[in-house]
Design a protein around this ligand. Structure first.
Ligand SMILES: [Fe+2]
Ligand SMILES: [Fe+2]
Length: 283
């Protein structure tokens, strides 16, 4: 990573830390006018988001497994800014769903998959660690962009129901913290991509294509849950949600495939999520 990029990243992370302290449950107004309707309409969306946010603790374990020797600024970001913010997003959303009469999110906080352990073992070789880092940044971009877009849709939906306390003191503050995460990954991805050798880029493309999944979907059931979230938020196959989450990934990794707005593995995964959700609700 060039010295200029590293300096910009450090400044960015410092600013995020200063301008966005972790949200506090005490600052939230959990007043709900119509808990039944809110639960029926958006309960499963809150649950999905709470789970994904709370799983930040597993994500940190995955990171330390995958990247045995990370750059200092990455550690600064995930330890001092990202994890403390995301965990509060999870706690607040989980508290809201419990107040709506639902169970706590079933978050997986500590299982690191075998595939990541293999990546981590290989990453002891410096050149391979850069491949893994690139995958981490690309995944981070898609994840954070998904969060921004989904929170926007959820915010508008909740506001339209007249649940202004929830829209203004739960969802709006959370969604304001996501673009800074996205910016960190985007800056990192652009900086690193420019330095990778052709074989490393080739390997990034290959591994990304075979490992992509929508945020928080680690098995078929969670993929169906994601499909339900898509349906509730009116994200269908034709919406530009997929194009937006993969815009920079498309530009960096697949610049040669001109004409395609979205990588095919993204479109396919979204289609599968919707199919699984429809099949499950029909059954
Ligand atoms: Fe978050
Ligand atoms: Fe985030």
């Amino acid at each position: 990573m060039s010295a200029t990029t590293t300096t910009r990243l450090v400044e960015h992370v410092q600013r995020l830390g200063e301008e966005h302290p972790p949200l506090r449950l005490d600052d939230v107004d959990f007043t709900v006018r119509d808990p039944r309707t809110l639960e029926q309409r958006y309960g499963h969306v809150l649950d999905y988001m709470a789970r994904v946010e709370l799983e930040v603790d597993r994500n940190v374990l995955e990171l330390t497994t995958m990247l045995p020797d990370p750059p200092e600024v990455d550690v600064f970001f995930y330890r001092d800014v990202w994890q403390p913010q995301e965990i509060q997003h999870g706690r607040i959303l989980d508290e809201l769903q419990v107040r709506l009469g639902r169970s706590n999110a079933d978050a997986d906080l500590d299982s690191v998959g075998a595939k990541l352990k293999v990546l981590g073992a290989l990453a002891h070789l410096g050149a391979f660690q850069d491949v893994v880092r690139m995958l981490y940044y690309v995944t981070g971009m898609a994840t954070e962009r998904s969060a921004v877009l989904a929170y926007n849709l959820l915010h508008d939906g909740v506001r339209e129901m007249g649940e202004t306390a929830i829209a203004d003191t739960v969802i709006a503050p959370i969604k304001r913290q996501e673009p800074g995460h996205y910016a960190f990954y985007q800056l990192s991805a652009r900086g690193l991509w420019a330095e990778l050798a052709p074989w490393q880029k080739w390997l990034v493309r290959l591994l990304r294509r075979i490992s992509f999944s929508p945020v928080g979907a680690n098995n078929p059931e969670q993929l169906a849950d994601f499909g339900d979230v898509m349906r509730t938020l009116h994200i269908d196959e034709d919406s530009d949600f997929a194009a937006q989450i993969a815009r920079v990934e498309m530009e960096l990794l697949w610049a040669r495939d001109k004409g395609l707005p979205v990588p095919t593995y993204v479109t396919a995964a979204f289609r599968e999520a919707l199919e699984l959700a429809r099949a499950r609700s029909a059954a």
